[in-house]
Design a protein around this ligand. Sequence first.
Ligand code: 4NP
Length: 154
Amino acid sequence: MKVIFVCLGNICRSPMAEAMFYQLLVTNHLTDQVSVSSRATSSEEEGNRPHPGTRQILEEHHLDDRGHRSTPIKRQDFYDADLIIGMDAMNMRHLRTIAPKGEQDKVRAINDLTPGHQGEPIPDPWYTLRFDDTYNSLKRSLPYWLDYVKERLD
Ligand code: 4NP
């Protein structure tokens, strides 16, 4: 199974989600069965490393960005992935617009499964520099996606 997290620049929120979800896969011994990556809806930051604030918070939590570089999402990603998870309403609009027919159901919002937080975005630290808020918000939502994925493995 393949999971892709998506945000606008792929330097703040989605690489953080990728690194945190990867750690969940490691601790649950699922790295052989599940892969995770992240993508941008824009090409603005293409090739760039995660934002220094994201790198710092990952370091503080002993997480690794695995050399990630910002990569725009492309059509093939929608066929390759099983789940494509956007961070806010703008990401969702973009993803639903570009998803090929038949692949639309793979596109989900990050808090779709978070009790009491459905419809809420992951705070974008690009504007606030509050990378801890982003981390805490992802920390709450990601375990529900881990359970979702686990239930769908054979
Ligand atoms: P991200 O954050 O989508 O979480 O990676 C942003 C990165 C870049 C910009 C905005 C948000 N930007 O405007 O360039």
